[in-house]
Ligand binder design. Sequence first.
Ligand code: MRU
Length: 334
Amino acid sequence: LQPPGTGSRGRSGDLKPEEIVRLEEDRVVLLDQRRLPDEEVELECRSAAEVAEAIRAMAVRGAPAIGIAAAYGYALAAERGEDLDEAAAVLLASRPTAVNLAWAIAELRKADDPRACAREIHLQEIDRCRRMAEHAAGLVEPGARPLTHCNTGGLATGGYGTALGAIRAAFAQSLVEHVLVTETRPLLQGGRLTAWELDRVGIPSSVIADSAAGSFMGRGEVTHVFTGADRIAANGDTANKIGTYALAVLAAHHEIPFYIVAPSSTVDLATPTGAEIPIEERDPSEVTPRFPARNPAFDVTPAALIGAIVTEAGVHRAPYEESLSRPTPAGAAR
Ligand code: MRU
C-alpha cells in the first residue's frame, strides 16, 4: 500500500503527520519504518494486538510515535469492542523503555472519546516538538555543526521531531552549516531514517559510523550534540538509544555541549533515577545472527553529563530535580 497522494519513491519535503501514523475507520495505518529509505510502504493494523506487534517489531518507533501509535491502537480497540484491559496490557508490553507509551495509554483510559483523545495526543506531540525546537535553537550559535544520534525526526514523533526538530529550527535560522548523523547500530535509525529525513528537507548532512564520533569531536568538527530521550527520570538521568551515553562522555571530554530535547510526555517524575528505568534487551540476532550477542536497545546518560534538557516548557538546567518538576504549560510532566 502506498501512502496517500504518492505512488513514487524519493519525494521531498516535510512528512505529513498522517503519512507517519493515522487512525482510519477500522485500522491504524503506519509508514513502515523498517522498509525506509528504500521503500515507502504502509502497514495496516486492525486490532490492538497488531498495533502492539508493529511497535515491538519497530515498524513504528521513537518514543512519542510509539505513544501515538498505542493511543490509536487503544482507540481502535475501543471502537471494535475489544477487551480494553487486554488491549492496554498488550500495548504496554510491546516496548518497555519509552514512558510515552504508558503515558498515552493512561490518557486514553481516562477519555470519554478515545478517537478524539488519540488524535489530540498526536497533534499535541507535534505542537510540543515545535515549541521545544524553538527553545533549543536558542542554544545554537551561527556556524553550528551539530551531531545527532538515532532518529528523532518526524518519523519518531508523528511530525517535526525533537532533537532533529531543534536542528531543523536552527537551520531555518541559518545557524547550522552541516549535521553529523551517527548511523546507530544495529538497526541504523541514523543512517536510514535521519539521513533520509534531512535529505528530504535539504539540510546538509553526513552519516558516520558510531565509532567515528570521538574522532570528529577531536578534530573540532562537532559544535553541539543533540539527542532525544525515551525516558527522563526525576533527577535528569536520561534513557536514550544505545550509544548516547558514550556520546555524552565524549562530549564532556571535548567540552562540547550535550543537550537532550524531549517533550514533557517523556519526563517520568515517578522514576527517581536512571537506575530504575527498564532497559529493553532486544533479539541478539539484530547484532549478529551467527554468534552469541547482547543487544540492549538503550542506555542511561547520567544527569551530570547533560548540559540542558529542553522540553516544550523551556530549557531546564541542573539541578533537574527542581527544574523538571516545575509545572509545564502542557501539564504533562508528572
Ligand atoms: O529504538 P528506537 O528507534 O525506538 O529508539 C528511539 C530513540 O532512542 C530516540 O532517540 C527517542 O525515542 C527519542 S525520539 C524523538
